[in-house]
Design a protein. Structure first.
Length: 108
């Protein structure tokens, strides 16, 4: 399995989660945290670019040539950013889908 195929599995789950969010909140899509999710995505992608390049440069890990596409951002293959995208967009979707816990005020 290539890294792109593995990324497709994770990103498909994230896409399904966001479809569920959009269905649940179809009456108020502008109230969803799009800006926060996209800002988080930008920060996570920047951090991934910096730290993955550093870790690859000092040989903490590497990639099997036959499993990557050959497209790189510095030393990091583009496939390496799929996990960052899945995390940055998947966690807000889960947050919106899971039921809110009652606060101590609401329990009374």
């Amino acid at each position: 399995m290539t890294y792109w195929a593995l990324n497709a599995c994770f990103l498909a789950v994230v896409a399904l989660a966001w479809m569920a969010v959009l269905i649940r909140h179809r009456h108020r899509p502008r109230g969803l945290p799009w800006r926060a999710a996209l800002a988080t995505l930008a920060v996570i992608l920047a951090a991934t670019a910096v730290f993955d390049n550093l870790m690859i440069a000092v040989d903490l890990f590497g990639y099997r040539e036959e499993k990557i596409s050959g497209a790189f951002l510095g030393l990091a293959p583009l496939e390496d950013f799929g996990y960052a995208i899945a995390a940055a967009l998947g966690l807000p979707a889960l947050w919106l889908l899971l039921p809110a816990r009652p606060t101590s005020e609401e329990k009374r």
